[in-house]
Design a protein around this ligand. Sequence first.
Ligand SMILES: Cc1cc2nc3c(=O)[nH]c(=O)nc-3n(C[C@H](O)[C@H](O)[C@H](O)COP(=O)(O)O)c2cc1C
Length: 156
Amino acid sequence: MAKGLIVFVTRSGNCRHLAAMAAQETGFQVHEIEDLVNRKGIFGWLYAGFQATTGAASPIREPEIDLRDVDSIILIYPVWASSVCPPIRTWLKRHHNELINKQFGLIASNLGSPGERVQAAFEREFFPLKAFTVISEKEAEQNKQDLIRTFVSQMA
Ligand SMILES: Cc1cc2nc3c(=O)[nH]c(=O)nc-3n(C[C@H](O)[C@H](O)[C@H](O)COP(=O)(O)O)c2cc1C
């Protein structure tokens, strides 16, 4: 596979776990984008949904990533109201010019709602996806691994 990296956001840890699994399959380095908004409690949850559906780009802390020689980027983020997760939106907007001409794959973690709107929302706002999968956090570990393997083979 081309030179690549994994960029993820998480609120409650599922996407960190998926990122580690994807790293094991690809050997790509993993980078976490930290969400700086307090998402705790019911108000945090409601505000997350509000920001996701209104296209907000929320404040983040990001690691330094050299994108120059990277061909493929695997994004991993939680589904919030079937939309692009606001912290990843911030990162994608901030680096838009450096990201043109890269290949993108998206792994979305959720609670089981269908993935079509998640994929469409991303592609409408950002880039076409070479590979996409949505993985319910309730899925058995073996199924998660199988879904990630299939995803990685589509990225190759
Ligand atoms: C504001 C908000 C909206 C959500 N919307 C959806 C949704 O539309 N469909 C779904 O299946 N899960 C939805 N979820 C559940 C998360 O996508 C799911 O818990 C995910 O696995 C969390 O990943 P994380 O632990 O990496 O943050 C939502 C969660 C939050 C906080």
